[in-house]
Design a protein around this ligand. Structure first.
Ligand code: XMP
Length: 507
């Protein structure tokens, strides 16, 4: 495998994903990881990630001097290159011309890192400091217009530094450079494939769980469905799937989720707990207070399903567990996550929590799902937040308001599907019930009723999003249908805000 030492870059996960996409296993460790920890993983090579600091800043993460002594090939990217240069007493300085965005790699020397590249190629830069004086024992391999040492290489050791980011999409030859490093230079083998991942993990789960029983809470979304399928394949009927209806689901959602699990052949227990969620929510308007109540009741209901000695399965993914480096310097803390509540932590201490997907990225979960034969309809379902419609009914959540939002939301989604806009054109789409009433006129009568907002966004990861440019005629049809078919609504508006500065949800 390739180990990525994390110096705090926002792109470090992308490096791991790009390396894995080449078929090579990759793991991220904090730049402060001990040499023993790195050795344990038996890496074929190391990548030093970028990072937001300047090597000269107080407390800036430095390269552990024992790392070069491991004798492995090293590729330093951006800050990683500067850390290599700094460690070798090269000169790293702020440049007058900061480089953000695209540049072209020029005067490339003949080198194994560049095999398959022909001449000038577009690269993507994002840096303030750069290496202005090469450390002793290193030489330059290429430049850009503003950066004389865009690539450097050690004269004897297999160590390289790149000032640009090969992991981002805008670097044309990024994949070739990473492949040259991982396969040609490090000699890493292609052992990371989803079919072998599934096969290996099904038997590993079987061995880990033994004769014990596992309880898994499922929501019908991609993560929990893939997790349940994997576990079901590994331990069969010793898996109990629990679907908790919290009374905040969409129209017919619970029937649909149960039917999907039946279709997959995974027995699932439906827990109808709506009342237990709705009654403490009465009169609660603050979004965070709603989330806390829902989270707490969820844990209570779930833990009633776990018998003594049972294991709990969690759909934790790799981004949730990466030992992260904050912008304020390295820290080896595991990111806190919503599924790390005290009850779960206590079970973890007893070795009773299984997290079958803790090394996967979201797109890899989908690949595993496809490998397991889960239909596209489930794998590409829009995300739905745990607190459900409670955060889409602004203000007080009541059965009456749920009864208004549900059919309105359904009409929107049905029309998106009918216009073939559900999968590729929208990442998430839903209706929101606003806490205001507006005046309208229906027949000859004045009305004073609810306003529904429609939200549809495009995104790749939910971190940033833009409002979906839906065709006007689709919006018109949705608005018309909602006003005509849903009692209590006389106005529909469309949300045209992006994230940031807005968020995807309204609460
Ligand atoms: P925002 O609204 O923060 O949402 O832009 C980003 C993504 O996260 C989902 N979301 C949640 N998911 N519990 C969840 O499980 C929550 O409390 C929650 N809040 C937001 C949201 O639907 C979007 O996909």
């Amino acid at each position: 495998m390739i180990v990525i030492l994390d110096f705090g870059s926002q792109y470090n996960q992308l490096i791991a994903r790009k390396v894995r996409a080449l078929g090579v296993p990759a793991q991220i460790l904090p730049c402060t990881a001990s040499i023993e920890r790195i050795r344990e993983l038996e890496p074929k090579g190391l990548i030093l990630s970028g990072g937001p600091a300047s090597v000269h800043a107080e407390g800036a993460p430095q390269l552990n001097p024992e790392v070069p002594a491991l004798g492995l090939p090293i590729l330093g990217i951006c800050y990683g290159m500067q850390a290599l240069a700094h460690a070798g007493a090269g000169q790293v300085k702020p440049t007058q011309l900061r480089e953000y965005g695209q540049a072209h790699l020029l005067d490339m020397a003949d080198d194994p890192l560049f095999v398959g590249l022909d001449g000038r190629t577009r690269v993507w830069m994002s840096h303030r400091d750069s290496v202005v004086g090469l450390p002793e024992g290193w030489h330059g391999l290429a430049r850009t217009e503003n950066c004389p040492h865009a690539v450097m290489r050690h004269n004897e050791h297999p160590w390289w530094g790149l000032q640009f980011h090969p992991e981002v999409h805008h670097t044309e030859a990024g994949e070739t450079i990473l492949a040259n490093f991982a396969k040609r230079i490090c000699g890493a083998a292609e052992t990371w494939h989803m079919d072998s991942w599934v096969e290996h993990h099904v038997s590993a789960l079987h061995a880990e769980i033994g004769e014990r029983h596992v309880v898994a809470a499922v929501s019908g979304g991609v993560d929990s469905t893939v997790m349940a399928s994997l576990l079901h394949r590994a331990i069969g009927e010793r898996l109990t799937c629990v679907f908790i209806d919290n009374g905040l689901l969409r129209l017919h959602e619970s029937e649909e989720v149960m039917a999907n699990f039946e279709r997959l052949g995974i027995p699932t227990r439906l827990i109808d707990a709506g009342e237990r969620f709705l009654s403490p929510l009465q009169g609660v308007e603050d979004p965070e207070a709603k989330r806390k109540i829902i989270g707490r009741v969820f844990i209570e209901v779930l833990f009633e399903q776990i018998a003594e000695g049972d294991l709990l399965a969690q759909g934790t993914l790799y981004p949730d567990v990466i030992e992260s480096v904050s912008t304020h310097g390295p820290s080896a803390t595991i990111k806190t996550h919503h599924n790390r509540v005290p009850e779960v932590l206590a079970m973890m201490e007893q070795g009773r929590v299984v997290e079958p997907m803790r090394e996967l990225f979201k797109d890899e979960v989908r690949q595993v799902g496809a490998e397991l034969g889960i239909p596209r309809e489930i794998l590409w379902r829009h995300p739905f937040p745990g607190p459900g419609l409670a955060v889409r009914i602004l203000g007080d959540v009541t059965p009456e308001r749920l009864a208004v939002l549900r059919p309105a939301d359904r009409i929107f989604i049905d029309e998106l599907r009918a216009a073939d806009l559900y999968f590729d054109a929208t990442w998430q789409a839903f209706a929101v019930l606003l806490p205001v009433r507006s005046v309208g006129v229906m027949g000859d009568e004045r009305t004073y009723e609810n306003v529904v907002a429609l939200r549809a966004v495009t995104s790749t990861d939910g971190m940033t999003a833009d409002w979906a440019r839906l065709p006007h005629e689709v919006l018109a049809r949705v608005a018309n249908r909602i006003i005509n078919e849903v009692e209590g609504v006389n106005r529909v508006v469309y949300d045209v805000s992006s994230k940031p500065p807005s968020t995807i949800e309204w609460e």
